[in-house]
Design a protein around this ligand. Structure first.
Ligand code: PHE
Length: 457
């Protein structure tokens, strides 16, 4: 055991931790879901709610996960076993491992699509298409092309995870995240300077409080949780690789800030461009494939220099997806490595192959398995709904209850203050939120999520 402890890989720098954790947070949720959810739910009003939830719920939950992982120096499952031996808390870790399987299975479907579209953009076939809706329908229902891209994406993910924490995850996210930021800003500048873009910016930011109701509030909290990658042990796992001298509260705040900034920038990249070129109403676009794979390609086609922008856009979608998928696969790999005593290589192979098997069914549910439904949902729909709406929110709820009531104040304070070295007046407040406010707020969403479809994810 101590041998294992000594050999644990770690992130080598503060920037490495931020790049990896922000890489996990920034994903398809930011670029394809956030802009639409915001514009369709009251613009600035939704944004204010969202930012409020990030600050008062998201950061405390993230800090809870980092603290659990770093204190236990173990994977999501092992952390609970170590910190609360002889109790059923390890079940929360196990739920996280299962959630990782489920999320990656459907996330890799979409990640695979982004690869196909990148290639279509590069080779010019995208703009040859007369009808983008048809183009997407043909591709996504093809018997093997989307499956192949999904497997390619899983291989890319597995290669990074196999290379380890320092040499794989940290190295790649340190390169890709700055590139992602620069490219997004580049596209934002283009989008907001288009004729007619101003209307889009206004639509995005001017608050429409009449659109806000109970469901909107719940959606904002759900989106915040999904976007920050909280609730399934990703950040417990990453937390276990953070060095003891790192300031966890500062890191959590920086990651949340990066994720939120990129979500807002993504909206500025997408919404003004749609306003400038699209004829239909933005209110009619449904979140998901419609925006990224149908509406935006049309926008790029009408835009001067659209080829370049479409290539950049799909490239950055791939990058955002990859830095998220590696964080999800690492949850399972760390578990298999430490609990089932597999080597990193074997764990990566077993985890990625088994997830891919489920993933292929999710992908095929847009084609040959389209008519196969469970509880009225396709396989993709069910995996998406179950993980993002139910498993993540219950996961986040159980994690804050664990820290607030089982790990307890003195252990938590000891961990976030680096054994008393960091003194901050925020520490007490954060613990109060973790113990009382967050469980109540997340409890409401977790229960409501069971009843309201399309709340998160
Ligand atoms: N945060 C990622 C996104 O916004 C998705 C994700 C959820 C990643 C949970 C890891 C864990 O796309």
């Amino acid at each position: 055991m101590s041998d294992n402890f000594l050999k644990r890989d770690t992130f080598s720098s503060k920037f490495g931790v931020i790049a990896a954790a922000a890489g996990s947070a920034v994903g398809l949720g930011n670029i394809w879901r956030f802009p639409l959810v915001t514009t369709q739910n009251g613009g600035g009003a939704f944004l204010l709610l969202y930012v409020g939830f990030i600050l008062f719920i998201g950061i405390p939950v993230m800090l809870s996960e980092f603290s659990i992982g770093r204190r236990a120096q173990s994977n999501a499952f092992g952390s609970f076993k170590k910190l609360a031996p002889g109790t059923p808390w390890y079940m929360v870790g196990f739920l996280g491992i299962i959630t990782a399987f489920v999320i990656l299975a459907f996330y890799s479907t979409v990640a695979g699509w982004t690869l196909e579209y990148l290639i279509q953009a590069v080779t010019g076939t995208l703009f040859q298409s007369e009808n983008m809706e048809q183009n997407f329908a043909d591709f996504s229902s093809h018997p093997y092309r989307p499956v192949l891209w999904q497997l390619v994406f899983m291989v890319l993910t597995a290669v990074v995870v196999f290379a380890g924490i320092k040499k794989g995850i940290e190295k790649i996210t340190k390169i890709l995240m700055p590139i992602l930021v620069v490219l997004i800003i580049f596209v934002v500048v283009r989008s907001v300077t288009l004729d007619g873009a101003k209307e889009g910016v206004k639509y995005l930011f001017v608050p429409d409080w009449s659109a806000v109701n109970f469901k909107t509030v719940l959606m904002a909290l759900g989106q915040a949780a999904f976007s920050l990658s909280i609730g399934m042990g990703t950040l417990i796992t990453y937390g276990s690789y953070i060095r003891k001298r790192n300031n966890l509260l500062k890191t959590s705040t920086q990651v949340a800030l990066a994720d939120t900034s990129i979500a807002i920038l993504s909206s500025l990249m997408v919404v003004p461009a749609i306003f400038a070129f699209s004829t239909g109403s933005i209110g009619d676009i449904s979140p998901g494939p419609g925006l990224v794979f149908e509406v935006l390609p049309n926008v790029f086609k009408s835009m001067p220099g659209g080829v370049i922008f479409s290539i950049i856009f799909f490239f950055l979608l791939c990058v955002a997806a990859l830095t998220s998928t590696i964080s999800v696969l690492e949850v399972v790999v760390a578990y298999m490595k430490e609990e089932l005593k597999l080597s990193r290589g074997k764990a990566t192979l077993v985890a990625s192959v088994s997830i891919s098997v489920i993933g292929v069914f999710a992908t095929l549910s847009f084609g040959v398995l389209g008519n196969f439904t469970i509880l009225g949902q396709t396989i993709f729909g069910l995996l998406n709904y179950a993980s993002a709406n139910i498993m993540l929110t219950f996961g986040a709820l159980l994690i804050v209850i664990f820290v607030g009531w089982s790990l307890g104040k003195s252990n938590f304070m000891d961990e976030i203050s680096n054994k008393g070295i960091i003194i901050s007046s925020f520490h007490k407040t954060v613990f109060f939120i973790i113990r009382y406010i967050a469980p109540i707020a997340i409890g409401i969403i977790a229960v409501a999520a069971l009843f309201i479809e399309g709340l998160t994810g």
